[in-house]
Design a binder for this molecule. Structure first.
Ligand SMILES: NC(=O)c1ccc[n+]([C@@H]2O[C@H](COP(=O)([O-])OP(=O)(O)OC[C@H]3O[C@@H](n4cnc5c(N)ncnc54)[C@H](OP(=O)(O)O)[C@@H]3O)[C@@H](O)[C@H]2O)c1
Length: 342
């Protein structure tokens, strides 16, 4: 593991705050710089997290020679532009999910990381957490026998703010890209692990969605069929609160993950339930580490390989996920500007 990785953050919104808190708890990372579209917000963020280097403009942050790795925390449509610029500036990259608006953007980002020889990971923090590693182990070890079906939901109800990034189409609004990406990534992971792979791609995907007043999917569902007859039911949304959990049904029982996406944010116990033979076993995964700190440490641990190790997101895993999201969006007729210019 690198001794200390010096981080800069691009964008000072909601998740940037969460990540900065998690980074303070990481074993390898130190936040040294922040870049914002305005000096004022860079200063406010710098004040809050005791960061001395406060840049007005993301370019200025990328030119900061003290910064080794950047965390990109802008709305989705700007991930590609800044991840590619970061790669060209020789910075290692942790980029928020989804990696791009579509597969074409994600492929361009991956290519930029490859050409410029920098680390790149899509920031699915749940994939870095020991709960996910334990879940993978349970499926791989046959705890529920042969996997037949997966249910994954991530859906919440945001307030009515048409210009927010969650609802504005120009900012990549909608549930499929914001949270459906977690569900597709989980289904692809489990369907792959069930067949001795790190992940796998759906052979069939059917979807339905409800497009609201702003033209984005306020909620959507998808059915997937994977090799080996494994099926998945996914639900995502930004205007409908649902029960956010994962269930994996097998020939000998089923696994239930009550908190699959944000397990033990500040450390503590994450719980997987194994329902089998008429009883339920509680499998407790303990850690004193913060979720986003673990994510930052995952970057540091794999810097030399340029990509993370499964179940954290590898480049091909991210590309496959983006392709599934493109298919889901196509099913419901949801296009973004980037789809037309790709
Ligand atoms: N992994 C997770 O747990 C998690 C959770 C939530 C969100 N996310 C992802 O993180 C990204 C950001 O989400 P968020 O909830 O933090 O969004 P947010 O609160 O709206 O913040 C986004 C930030 O991006 C910057 N930005 C650059 N161009 C912008 C524009 N045209 N309009 C608005 N903001 C712009 C702004 O920072 P400056 O003003 O400083 O430039 C803004 O504060 C999204 O891609 C989302 O999918 C991940």
């Amino acid at each position: 593991m690198a001794e200390q990785l010096l981080w800069g953050i691009i964008g000072t919104g909601s998740i940037a705050h969460q990540f900065a808190r998690g980074l303070a708890d990481s074993q390898t990372g130190r936040l040294v710089a922040v870049g914002s579209r305005s000096q004022e917000t860079a200063d406010a963020f710098g004040e809050e997290f005791d960061v001395a280097r406060r840049h007005a403009g993301y370019d200025a942050l990328l030119q900061d020679t003290d910064v080794e790795a950047v965390y990109i925390a802008t709305p989705h449509p700007f991930h590609a532009e800044w991840a590619i610029a970061a790669a060209e500036a020789g910075k290692h990259i942790l980029c928020e999910k989804p990696l791009g608006i579509n597969h074409a953007q994600a492929a361009a980002i991956v290519e930029a990381a490859r050409v410029n020889d920098v680390f790149l990971m899509e920031a699915f923090m749940y994939r870095c957490h020991p709960q996910t590693a334990r879940l993978v182990e349970l499926v791989r070890d046959g705890a529920i026998g042969e996997v037949g079906s997966i249910q994954a939901a991530f859906s919440f109800r945001t307030g009515w703010e048409p210009r927010s990034r969650l609802l504005d189409r120009r900012l990549g609004g909608g549930g499929i890209l914001d949270v459906g990406c977690y569900c597709t990534s989980m289904a692809r992971l489990i369907a792959g692990v069930a067949r001795e792979r790190n992940f796998t791609e759906p052979v069939e995907l059917k979807g339905c969605g409800h497009l609201g007043e702003t033209g984005v999917d306020e909620w959507a569902v998808a059915c997937l069929r994977f090799p080996g007859g494994i099926l998945a039911e996914l639900a995502a949304g930004v205007r409908l609160a649902q029960q956010n959990s994962v269930r994996i049904y097998g020939s000998d029982g089923y696994l239930e993950v009550p908190s699959p996406w944000i397990p033990a944010r500040e450390g503590g116990t994450a719980t997987i339930l194994l329902h089998k033979g008429g009883g339920t076993e509680e499998i407790r995964v303990e850690t004193d580490r913060w979720l986003y700190g673990i994510e930052a440490d995952t970057v540091a641990a794999h810097l030399e390989q340029r990509q993370a190790a499964p179940p954290a997101m590898t480049w091909d895993d991210s590309l496959g996920n983006m392709k599934a999201l493109d298919r889901w969006r196509a099913e419901i007729g949801l296009e973004y500007d980037a789809d037309r210019t790709a």
